[in-house]
Design a binder for this molecule. Structure first.
Ligand code: F6R
Length: 242
């Protein structure tokens, strides 16, 4: 596990952008694992700028997103489908047919999960981008999720519901209670992992991920076993590491 500590969110996004764009440039038909949430927004903005400047080509890139809420409409502005369109897909030359987000709105969620796992088992994710929850979750694999899990439905932890209320008018009642998420095995199957963490509310999660025991109490700690994992942390989130 390689840990890079940067000064602030701007530097975090710049470093993350450099690593991801290097892969896309070297391997134009690469497969990316993508994340949502607040953390990757600045990185996606840099990707859009580079694409618009003709410096980064997404035409052959494929992508698989980590997760999606269950129980809100596909067209809800905070659905992760919409998030990806708004922050990246609608502004770069990616082929939408090559992008994949779990179908949280599916009537038959068991079928949707099986199909996503089937697709993932045939794909090789070259780089999986991750954020991290204040409770150490990656994807929506909350504490207690088995390390051998694949795509499944989860009940979100109260801490995650509180953390995400900022996207739902700060109204806890509006935050979905369930999500569909890749499992920890799916994440570990990626050839490389790039985790970004910013801000003081990630201090404990980052400490437990990097220095803690490998334990399902902190799902991200499994990344210590990944052969090619880079963690970029700003000084605020790295406070306990230094
Ligand atoms: C989102 C995801 C989550 C977030 C995590 C951090 O696709 O998988 O694990 O990365 O909840 O969210 P932010 O970046 O909003 O702090």
């Amino acid at each position: 596990m390689k840990v890079i500590i940067v000064k602030n969110y701007e530097e975090l996004c710049q470093k993350g952008f450099e690593i991801m764009s290097e892969l896309i440039t070297k391997k134009p038909d690469c497969t990316l694992g993508l994340a949502t949430g607040g953390t990757p927004v600045g990185l996606y903005k840099k990707m859009v700028e580079a694409n618009k400047a003709g410096k980064l080509d997404f035409s052959k890139v494929s992508s698989y997103n980590l997760d999606e809420y269950v129980g809100i409409d596909y067209n809800h502005p905070e659905s992760y489908h919409k998030f990806m369109r708004r922050n990246l897909f609608d502004h770069v030359n990616i082929d939408l047919a090559k992008t994949h987000v779990p179908d949280g709105g599916a009537k038959d969620s068991k079928k949707a999960i099986d199909e996503y796992n089937e697709m993932l088992s045939k794909a090789t994710i070259d780089m999986q981008l991750l954020g991290i929850g204040s409770d150490g979750h990656i994807g929506f694999d909350e504490p207690g999720t088995p390390f051998d899990s694949v795509t499944h439905i989860v009940d979100l932890e109260e801490s995650t519901i509180k953390d995400n209320a900022r996207f739902f008018d700060n109204d806890l009642n509006k935050v979905p209670r369930k999500a569909m998420t890749m499992g920890l095995k799916n994440i570990m199957d990626a050839k490389s992992v790039l985790l970004l963490a910013s801000g003081a509310n990630k201090i404990d999660a980052i400490y437990n991920t990097v220095r803690g025991d490998i334990s399902t109490d902190c799902p991200a700690s499994i990344l210590q076993n990944h052969p090619n994992c880079t963690i970029i942390v700003d000084e605020a989130a790295a406070a306990k590491l230094q």
